[in-house]
Design a binder for this molecule. Structure first.
Ligand code: EPZ
Length: 462
């Protein structure tokens, strides 16, 4: 049973930003439910701009990223109605081909609108999305792809201006070879070329399941896309696309996070709905380190952890080990038997969780983007802060397994990608709750978190 968190010793009263209080060390039991994929939903919302008719998207997770993307589409003139996990989008009246900086800056995925806006309106002005907590996030492959399709693109004062010079205001098909199998660039080119004149091929295309999900919806709108999911995609342009109904695939990253939650708490759990083939690399690494994983019906996996031993992972594009599960998997390795090595090869700054895990007693040596981990018996509950979406998830998993109580701040990152996370974890027996009020605790918490909140409090008060 959860200990009474208010029994925690009282020290000076301090204001903390919204935070999670976790009482770790409990084993879990039951089913961890997986929502629709965030990274699919965001690009499908942008794809709805390609038609004047209504697009109905189902199984959309309720996340802050989805809310911001909805705001962005409304800003362009689209009409959106949300009904729990469904979105109805009509872009017949889009009039504005320009996105404001503050919206783009708050959600990099808004850059996905450039291809559809160009294809629909013949022009687009979108601020450079810029870097984020995990890396520089360049968009050169997006730009090169659009130029190959006949767009004139210039970047001036951090604003990307694109237009079609051809009199017929239509992009024209091209053979495009990506330097790197970029997910976003593949999606931008895929959407833009659907309405282009003629045929487009994308070589060295990204093979992620979200690309297949996008192609499936585009084809249901009348597009002619083949080869999605392989490294060579072919698109034959059409005059116009029609409305459709589409259901988003399950979120493979949330599903992987939940499988790791079972492993790190040494609990037998059911996880789903999910598509096992979207998680092959993760499933095999979990099996390699000591988890028994079996199919339960078509869309659920049962995971039974035995003794967890250290294994090495290197992240790579799909079907390799996904970079979005590198941080959660590292949490698991901190209490594995023996040592492990984790190499991050996709993004250059994706190790923010290391410092927080070390605060909890993890034994990790970081050399550039390679972490060398030596398993310890137990992590110790602490006050820790999430620095980006997936690092935050890794910290939650570590706190679930740690001995004692933890405070987790930085929830603005977590809420971008995990729908109702503490509710789902509580349903399987975790002692985790979200607090908004003052904290009386023997924990000392990071001054950064307090200062940030205090500044916000003053600002709001002003
Ligand atoms: C998508 O980002 C996902 N985001 C990311 O998920 C995910 O980590 C990533 O794909 C890799 O799987 C969404 O789908 C909204 P990339 P994206 O273009 O499209 C380089 C999460 O946590 N690159 O495949 O930005 C780039 O620097 C987020 O849910 C170029 O060099 O990923 C990076 O090193 C984080 N030039 C690598 O490719 C370009 O023009 C992978 O980027 C584009 C990318």
């Amino acid at each position: 049973m959860c200990s009474n968190m208010s029994s925690v010793a009282t020290m000076k009263r301090k204001v903390l930003p919204p935070h999670l209080e976790v009482n770790g060390g409990h084993s879990l039991n039951g089913i961890l439910k997986v929502s629709g994929a965030k990274n699919s939903s965001l690009v499908l919302m942008a794809a709805a701009l390609l038609t004047k008719e209504t697009v109905l998207i189902n199984n959309v997770p309720q996340l802050t990223d989805i809310e911001v993307m909805s705001e962005i589409l409304r800003n362009l003139g689209a009409k959106i109605t949300k009904n729990s996990n469904s979105l109805e989008i009509n872009s017949n009246c889009i009039h504005n081909a320009e996105l404001p900086y503050q919206l783009v800056h708050s959600l990099r995925a808004s850059f996905f609108c450039i291809g559809p806006l160009l294809a629909r309106l013949g022009a687009a002005k979108i601020p450079l999305p810029g870097g984020c907590n995990i890396g520089a996030r360049p968009i050169d492959e997006h730009i090169n792809g659009l130029k190959a399709l006949g767009a004139e693109v210039e970047i001036h004062n951090d604003l990307v201006k694109a237009q079609i010079s051809a009199k017929n205001k239509r992009l024209r098909g091209a053979n495009i070879n990506l330097k790197y199998p970029s997910v976003g660039a593949t999606e931008t080119i895929l959407m833009a070329s659907c309405l282009a004149l003629g045929k487009t091929t994308i070589s060295n295309a990204a093979r992620e399941p979200e690309i297949q999900d996008l192609a499936k919806m585009l084809n249901s709108m009348g597009a002619k896309v083949s080869g999605a999911g392989t490294s060579r995609i072919t698109i034959t342009g059409v005059e116009a696309l029609k409305g459709t109904f589409h259901s988003v695939i399950p979120d493979r990253i949330e599903a992987g996070t939940f499988l790791i939650a079972a492993a790190i708490t040494r609990s037998s759990l059911l996880v789903g709905p999910l598509i096992p083939s979207h998680l092959s690399a993760v499933i095999s690494k979990l099996q390699e380190c000591g988890c028994l994983i079996s199919h339960h019906g078509n869309h659920y996996l049962k995971i039974i952890p035995t003794e967890i031993s250290g294994v090495d992972i290197t992240t790579s594009p799909f079907p390799g080990f996904p970079t979005d599960l590198q941080a959660p998997f590292m949490s698991l390795m901190t209490t594995a038997k023996g040592s492990s090595k984790i190499k991050e090869k996709v993004f250059e700054k994706r190790m923010q969780h290391v410092i927080e895990l070390k605060k909890m007693g993890a034994c990790i040596y970081l050399e550039k983007n390679t972490a060398y981990i030596k398993g310890v018996k137990k992590l110790i509950g602490s006050t820790v802060e999430g620095g980006d979406l997936r690092s935050s998830a890794a910290i939650v998993l570590a706190c679930l397994s740690a001995k004692g109580e933890s405070i987790i701040t930085g929830l603005e990152h977590l809420d971008r990608g995990y729908e109702r996370l503490e509710e789902k974890l509580t349903n399987v027996g975790s002692c985790i709750s979200r607090k908004y009020d003052q904290l009386t605790s023997h924990h000392s918490f990071s001054s950064k978190a307090i200062n940030k909140d205090n500044i916000n409090t003053q600002k709001n008060a002003a």
